[in-house]
Design a protein around this ligand. Structure first.
Ligand code: DUC
Ligand code: ZN
Ligand code: ZN
Length: 496
C-alpha cells in the first residue's frame, strides 16, 4: 500500500486569507503547509473542517507575560498559563516585552527572562523596551540583540519609570534606523497626565473612572502627533500602539496619507468597553483600568471605522493581567501606574495607583470575530489581516506566520462561525481572576487550534505542553527600512 501524501490533511474547510475566501483542503508536512487545493491526497491523519472557517493562527504582537519588574519579581501571568490561554483562543504566536530599567543595562534589567519564555506552549518573540538609551545600550547591547533576532523596540512617552524625553526618543529612533529595527510607541503626554492627576486628587476625585479623566483623548492625540513628527524627522518606520480614539487615529491617517511609514494598532477593549466599565460597585471599575484609558461609549464605533478605512492595521490584546483580589486593589503594585502607593481610607488605591492593564490574550480573537465578522463590521480577510497577517508583515514574520500559503508554518484555527458562547472567566485558561468581558455573548468560536501542524487546543482543552513553543528570531525585512527621505537631505541619524 502506498504511503500517505501528507502528515495531516485539514479537509473541506472554508479558508480565509488576508486577501480571499475559498474552499480547499490543506496538506501539512513537517509542520509546514505543503499544499492547498481541492481533493488533496491522503494524510496520515485527517481533520474534517466541514462547515468551519479556517484562518491562520493568530499572532498577538503585543502582550505582557511574566514581565519582570524593577525588583526582579515576575507578573502573575506565566508563559505557561498565558500561552495556554493564547492557544485556546486561537493565537499560536505572540510578541512580548524585555524590560529595561533606568540606570541599568539591558542584561541587568531582565535576568533570566528569555529562559522563562522557553516554557511557552505557543511560538514567541520579543520587543525590547528602551527606557535609558545610553551610548553603551544603543551602540553595543541593542545591535547584539537585533543580531539575535529581537528586531523591534518599544518606547513609552509616559509612566515615571519608563518614559523617554523627546531627545531620548530621537536617539532610539536614530539607532533603530541604523540597525533596520522597527519601533513601537506608547503615545500619551506624561506632563499633561501628571498635571491632571494632581488636580483631580486636589478635588478629592479618586475613583477608577478618574483614571480616564486624567488622560483624555487630547493627551493621546498630542503624543501620537509628536511621535509621528519625530519619526518623520528621523525617517524611521513606527507603529503607534493601542489607539483608543478617533483623535489619535486621525493623526495616523494623516501620516499615512502623506506616505509616511506609520502603522496603527488597537485592542478589543477600545472596540467594546467604555467609561461604563470603569464604574460599578465594590471597586469593580479597577478591572477595566488600562492605558490609554477606555473612552466614552460612542468612541467604540469611531475606532471600528478606523479599522474599516485601513488606518488601524492590527488588533492585539495588550494582555497585561493583574488579578483583582491581589493587585488591582493594591496601590502602586506595578510600574504600569502613575502614583505612589496611595490608598484611600477603605484601603483601595487612588485611581492613579491602580496597576494599568487588562487580560485579553484568550478573548482577543473570539471578541474580534464576533463583534467584527459575525456582526458584519469586517469581512474575513480583514479579520485575518487584523489578527495575524499585518502583524507578521510589520514584525518580520511574513511568509512564516499569518499565511495559509505553502511554506508557511501550519498554524491554523478552525472556527465554528455559528457557535454561540458566553465568555466566563471560569472557562478561560489565563491565571487572572477576572475578565472584563465576563458575561459577553459571542458568535463564532475557535474550536481547534493547530500550531506547526499539531493540535494545540481542541474544544477548550489545551494539548500543547509547556516548552513546545519556539523562539521566533526575526531577520532584516523591507517594511522596517526607512523611506530615504530626510529634511534638507541631511541624514542626522547616520552621524551616530
Ligand atoms: N498599558 C496598559 O494598560 N498596560 C500595560 C502597559 C500599557 O501601556
Ligand atoms: Zn503601552
Ligand atoms: Zn502594552
Amino acid at each position: 500500500m502506498m504511503g500517505a501524501d501528507y502528515d495531516l490533511v485539514v479537509r473541506g474547510g472554508t479558508l480565509a486569507t488576508a486577501a480571499e475566501v475559498f474552499e480547499a483542503d490543506i496538506g501539512i508536512r513537517d509542520g509546514l503547509i505543503a499544499a492547498l487545493g481541492r481533493g488533496l491526497g491522503r494524510g496520515t491523519e485527517e481533520i474534517s473542517a466541514k462547515g468551519m472557517v479556517v484562518t491562520p493562527g493568530g499572532l498577538d504582537s503585543h502582550c505582557h507575560l511574566e514581565e519582570l519588574g524593577q525588583d526582579g519579581s515576575a507578573q502573575e501571568e506565566s508563559f505557561a498559563s498565558g500561552s495556554a490561554a493564547a492557544l485556546a483562543g486561537g493565537t499560536t504566536s505572540f510578541l512580548c516585552f524585555l524590560p529595561q530599567w533606568k540606570g541599568r543595562s539591558l542584561a541587568d534589567s531582565a535576568p533570566g527572562y528569555e529562559a522563562r519564555a522557553r516554557a511557552s506552549r505557543a511560538d514567541y518573540g520579543f520587543h525590547q523596551i528602551i527606557t535609558d538609551p545610553t551610548p553603551e545600550v544603543m551602540e553595543r547591547e541593542v545591535p547584539a540583540l537585533v543580531a539575535r533576532g529581537i528586531r523591534s523596540l518599544k518606547v513609552f512617552l509616559t509612566y515615571d519609570p519608563l518614559m523617554l524625553t523627546d531627545r531620548q526618543f530621537l536617539q532610539v529612533l536614530a539607532a533603530a534606523r541604523r540597525l533596520g529595527a522597527f519601533v513601537t510607541v506608547h503615545c500619551e503626554n506624561y506632563d499633561a497626565i501628571g498635571w491632571r492627576i494632581e488636580a483631580l486628587l486636589k478635588a478629592g476625585l479618586t475613583d477608577p473612572l478618574q483614571h480616564a479623566w486624567s488622560r483624555p483623548p487630547v493627551v493621546e492625540r498630542e503624543a501620537t502627533h509628536r511621535a509621528i513628527a519625530l519619526a518623520e524627522l528621523v525617517d524611521q518606520p513606527i507603529q503607534v500602539f493601542h489607539v483608543s480614539c478617533e483623535a489619535a487615529a486621525a493623526e495616523i491617517a494623516a501620516a499615512k496619507a502623506r506616505g509616511l511609514k506609520v502603522w496603527g494598532e488597537t485592542c478589543p477593549q477600545y472596540l467594546t468597553l467604555s467609561h461604563d466599565d470603569l464604574q460599578g460597585p465594590d471597586f469593580a471599575g479597577a478591572k477595566a483600568v488600562c492605558s490609554p484609558a477606555l473612552r466614552e461609549r460612542a468612541e467604540n464605533e469611531r475606532v471600528w471605522r478606523r479599522i474599516q478605512d485601513g488606518t488601524l492595521d492590527v488588533v492585539t490584546s495588550d494582555h497585561c493581567g493583574f488579578s483583582f483580589a491581589t493587585q488591582k486593589r493594591v496601590a502602586g503594585s506595578s510600574a504600569y501606574g502613575t502614583g505612589a502607593a496611595a490608598a484611600r481610607p477603605d484601603g483601595t488605591p487612588m485611581f492613579n495607583a491602580i496597576p494599568n492593564g487588562v487580560p485579553g490574550i484568550e478573548t482577543r480573537l473570539p471578541v474580534l470575530f464576533s463583534e467584527g465578522v459575525s456582526k458584519g463590521r469586517i469581512d474575513l480577510p480583514t479579520f485575518v489581516r487584523l489578527s495575524s497577517a499585518n502583524a507578521a508583515r510589520l514584525f518580520g514574520l511574513a511568509g512564516r506566520k499569518g499565511s495559509l500559503a505553502p511554506g508557511a508554518d501550519a498554524d491554523l484555527v478552525l472556527w465554528d462561525p455559528d457557535a454561540e458562547r458566553t465568555i466566563r472567566n471560569a472557562g478561560l485558561h489565563h491565571a487572572i481572576d477576572y475578565t472584563p468581558w465576563e458575561g459577553m455573548a459571542v458568535k463564532g468560536w475557535p474550536e481547534v487550534t493547530l500550531r506547526r501542524g499539531e493540535v494545540a487546543a481542541r474544544g477548550g482543552e489545551v494539548l500543547a505542553q509547556p516548552g513546545s513553543g519556539r523562539f521566533l528570531a526575526r531577520g532584516p525585512y523591507d517594511l522596517a527600512r526607512p523611506r530615504g527621505v530626510v529634511p534638507d537631505g541631511f541624514d542626522a541619524a547616520a552621524q551616530g
